[in-house]
Design a protein around this ligand. Structure first.
Ligand code: C2E
Ligand code: CA
Ligand code: CA
Ligand code: CA
Length: 279
């Protein structure tokens, strides 16, 4: 489709989420969607700030109801979390993303690593450690090629539980990134405690980086903290060269954003970033 690269979503879920009965309807539809294979992963390139080298991709889920516009995860992830559907959906996301990276690596592409978003609800309700072990084994993927993104706010909500789980995940050798960093109530102590590998500066601080001194100060502080703790920093939502330049000056090493590309379907990602000029 022509619009495949754009993040244009339909309007109808807005109506669906408006009332309780519509929520229930959405839950039923989501359940069916999972059974019918209506979910698809898009991949957004993750690049080095210094030289634009491709480091990997973040996998982002979309729902494509047949004959209807694509639905944003912001509209259905919360419902999937409430209903527990996040467990099978999250399992599908993890398995699909790892299998995709395996396919790219087998084809000889320097695809780097893949980042997968984990919901704490999914962690709470399932045996993540076993699942991860299984998926890595099935796809013969070295653990360091998988990065798990967990939001700062959810991590803080489930402190003790999260700590046990994260140390188990670390033991497997996967990368751990804190998503939306700076938006939750942070305790810097947990960064060391959880052996975090990466902080992702939330888009809200990147957006006005060039015009807002406060946002620039916050981004600078995040980079400073990360450096002091030997954690890498990734900016999300980078849309302009000006933002990228400032991030470079601050010492932020990694970025993603529309400046480079929106999330793309797997084939489009391969054509554009892994095998340019080939089909
Ligand atoms: P997130 O993990 O913070 O993902 C970043 C969001 O920013 C994505 O929205 C991405 O498309 C968008 N984005 C990337 N670059 C830019 C940019 O330059 N400008 C702007 N305006 N936006 C940009 P998306 O794909 O709609 O995902 C929304 C949220 O849904 C994600 O936020 C994440 O929290 C959640 N999500 C997506 N996929 C999954 C998944 O597989 N599992 C879980 N648990 N959550 C997911
Ligand atoms: Ca993310
Ligand atoms: Ca984020
Ligand atoms: Ca976010």
């Amino acid at each position: 489709a022509k619009s495949q690269g754009r993040n244009t979503y339909g309007f109808y879920t807005e109506d669906l989420t408006r009332s309780a009965s519509r929520r229930l309807e959405l839950e039923t539809r989501l359940r069916r969607a999972l059974a019918n294979g209506e979910f698809v992963l898009y991949y957004q390139p993750v690049k080095a700030v210094a030289d634009g080298r491709l480091l990997g991709a973040e996998a982002l889920v979309r729902w494509l109801p047949p004959g209807e516009p694509m639905v944003s995860p912001a509209d259905f992830i919360p419902i999937a979390e409430e209903t527990g559907l996040i467990v099978p959906l999250g399992e599908w996301v993890l398995r699909t993303a790892c299998a995709q990276l395996r396919e790219w690596l087998d084809a000889g592409y320097p695809a780097g690593s893949v980042a997968v978003n984990l919901s704490v609800e999914q962690i709470r309700r399932s045996d993540m450690e076993t699942l991860l072990r299984d998926v890595l084994a099935e796809t013969a993927l070295p653990a360091h090629r998988l990065e798990l993104e967990i939001t700062e706010s959810s991590l803080m909500e489930h402190g003790d539980q999260a700590e046990t789980l994260l140390s188990a995940l670390k033991a497997l050798g996967v990368g751990l990134a804190i998503d939306d960093f700076g938006t939750g109530y942070s305790s810097l102590a947990y960064l060391k405690r959880f052996s975090i590998d990466k902080l992702k500066i939330d888009r809200s601080f990147v957006k006005d980086l060039a015009d807002d001194r406060n946002d620039l100060a916050i981004a600078a502080a995040i980079v400073a903290v990360a450096r002091a703790l030997d954690i890498s920093v990734q900016a999300e939502g980078v849309e302009t060269e000006a933002q990228l330049g400032l991030l470079h000056e601050l010492g932020c090493g990694v970025f993603q954003g529309y400046l480079c590309s929106p999330p793309l379907p797997a084939d489009a990602f391969r054509e554009r970033f892994l095998a340019p000029g080939r089909t």
